[in-house]
Design a protein. Structure first.
Length: 584
């Protein structure tokens, strides 16, 4: 049942002539009042909200009538007595239509003022408790045989199932997005565990697509009919790259060269781009980089942007209100709010543990744009770092504790800057140009010497970069399916990533994601070489050439791993074990 734009699968029938949707509420409120009703605080249909008594002569029944999209879920209160006048009884039904309409049918009403609604409330209310529509309150406005129908003019229901186009399996957590010339903002819904979605859409032609990390789907046009259910299933496209072998074993004398080929087949509907990196270990990595661990919405921030991690807490910045910050627990509970007095807003953040300072590039429309470092508890600015780069907008920031330096992204490059303990904080120690533009967030994994970065464009991903050269080592999908959502990035003690999905054009729609950032120890294997990247068109095959050179190797067996990652939503990481036995 879709009600006030939200879809519900459960309801609670209350003894006092009303029902609530979505929330299990065992207490029935008998004292009616104006709508919205603070005492109820749930999406509700008030058929005859009064203090009612259900005795031995009363029943409350539910049933389903009709078939297909014409079905109705019917709730009936039969011979319910009014507490104020127990001899006065009423019969009333609520009919919840498959198409989203709500009809209240009055069958039998006591021929008294109370029986005609003189002490009852009739209407509907949304989940926020801020929007309601009252038909009557304490008015003698009801007659037996009357029916009151609530429907949303100019709207219909769109529903369907979202699946993977390759294996036809349902996709949970996909965002279905509907755009219409008659709606100022897109209408969205999230698929359930069965891939099902349902939403209230403007009547007429609409453009429908679905968003899920690692997938793509061009928009399609669907005609939505007012007060009608329209079914539209979606199949999301993604690469599906498969290797014909997961192990290579060769035997050769010292000083010899052997070559083997791994065939890569793309059974998906989109081109597969792949990267191959060496790991000097026979054991493939156990983590699943890019796997979403958790998430929570940022409902109080108009346009959240930056995120910083500090000792089990997160600090999030709002780019709409200058300096506004909010602190959260890692499960999304709000802990504190405040304003950083910098005449601008902090973008991506990095924590300097040795000084207990959170640092961020200042963003503003005028003035200098330094890195500001502030006390995370008091929000007092303690240090400012500037340099010849400070006149332009910079977005991403990461910190290296071992040498007290920062990495700063913007101006289509990543700069390596001196930290606060250096003679000239902010001086440029080096820079490189990443092949991926618009890096809006950075985070450094010092253990593996990998600089994570997220880009903001129509093809967003989270990239593992070499911090010295900016060359990509691997990538994982951006967990936020919305376009232009790449924003802040940070790392926790376990090496997992905190990613902020910006809500450009969607006020109060930002989210924070916790993503598996486990990294293998990439390293050069002296006796192994292979192609480092490539692309396989949809439905085609490609090859990955692997060369083993035993020059300088003593007799024995040597084993390493070649990790092949790709941009597919499923099977995005394939380890290939390479072993060579060197004989005399």
């Amino acid at each position: 049942m879709t009600f006030y734009g939200s879809t519900y699968r459960r309801l609670t029938v209350h003894t006092d002539g009303y029902l609530t949707l979505g929330v299990d509420t065992s207490i029935s409120v008998g004292d009616n009042g104006p709508l919205p009703a603070p005492a109820v605080s749930a999406p509700a249909v008030y058929a005859f909200w009064d203090d009612l008594i259900l005795d031995h002569a009363s029943t409350v029944r539910t049933r389903v009538s009709g078939t297909g999209t014409a079905r109705q879920f019917v709730v009936s209160w039969n011979r319910a007595a009014l507490k104020s006048a127990p001899k006065n009884r009423i019969d009333v039904q609520v009919r919840l239509g498959e198409n989203g309409t709500v009809t209240i049918q009055y069958r039998k009403l006591a021929t008294t003022a109370a029986g005609a609604g003189g002490s009852a409330t009739v209407g509907i209310e949304d989940a926020t408790g801020r929007d309601a529509l009252t038909y009557s309150r304490d008015e003698q406005a009801l007659d037996a045989g009357d029916a009151v129908t609530f429907r949303v003019a100019g709207r219909g229901l769109l529903r369907g199932t979202v699946r993977d186009a390759n294996d036809r399996q349902p996709l949970a957590g996909a965002t279905v997005r509907v755009e219409s010339a008659d709606a100022p903002q897109p209408v969205t819904a999230t698929t359930d565990a069965d891939g099902f979605y349902q939403l209230e859409a403007p009547a007429g032609p609409v453009t429908v697509t679905a968003l899920q990390p690692g997938y793509d789907l061009p928009g399609s046009t669907v005609d939505v009919v007012e007060s009608t259910v329209v079914t539209h299933d979606l199949a999301l496209r993604t690469p599906l790259l498969l290797a014909n072998r997961n192990a290579i074993s060769v035997t050769a004398r010292a000083g010899a060269t052997r070559t083997a080929t791994v065939t890569l087949t793309n059974r998906g509907d989109l081109p597969a781009t792949w990267l191959a990196r060496e790991i000097n270990s026979p054991t493939p990595p156990t983590g699943i980089p890019g796997r979403q661990l958790s998430s929570f919405p940022l409902k109080e921030l108009y346009n959240a942007y930056g995120v910083g991690y500090r000792n089990g807490e997160l600090i999030v910045s709002n780019s709409y209100l200058f300096g506004q910050l909010q602190r959260f627990s890692t499960d999304g509970r709000s802990l504190a709010k405040g304003v950083l007095p910098i005449d601008g807003w902090p973008s991506d953040m990095a924590y300097v543990a040795s000084r207990d300072l959170m640092c961020a590039p200042k963003m503003s429309f005028i003035g200098d744009l330094p890195i500001v470092c502030f006390d995370p508890d008091t929000l007092q600015v303690k240090e400012t770092i500037t340099g010849p780069w400070a006149g332009k907008l910079y977005y991403g920031l990461a910190y290296r504790a071992s040498d007290d330096t920062f990495y700063l992204s913007g101006d289509n490059r990543i700069r390596h800057l001196a930290g606060l303990s250096h003679p000239q904080p902010g001086s440029v120690l080096g820079e490189c140009t990443p092949p991926i533009p618009w890096m809006t967030g950075l985070a450094l994994n010092e253990e593996h010497n990998v600089l994570w970065g997220i880009n903001q464009d129509s093809k967003e991903s989270i990239w593992a970069l070499d911090p010295a050269t900016c060359l990509p080592l691997a990538s994982v999908p951006d967990p936020d399916p919305n376009p232009l959502s790449g924003a802040g990035l940070d790392l926790d003690e376990q090496g997992n990533l905190w990613v902020l999905g910006n809500a450009t054009g969607r006020p109060y729609g930002a989210k924070v994601y916790h993503v598996d950032g486990s990294l293998p120890a990439y390293s050069d294997v002296p006796w192994l070489s292979a192609a480092t990247s490539g692309e396989v068109p949809a439905g085609a095959k490609g090859t990955l050439a692997v060369t083993v050179d035993t020059t300088g190797l003593a007799p024995g067996t040597y084993v390493a791993t070649l990790l092949v990652t790709n941009n597919g939503a499923k099977g995005a990481s394939t380890p290939v074990t390479v072993s060579v036995t060197v004989t005399k």
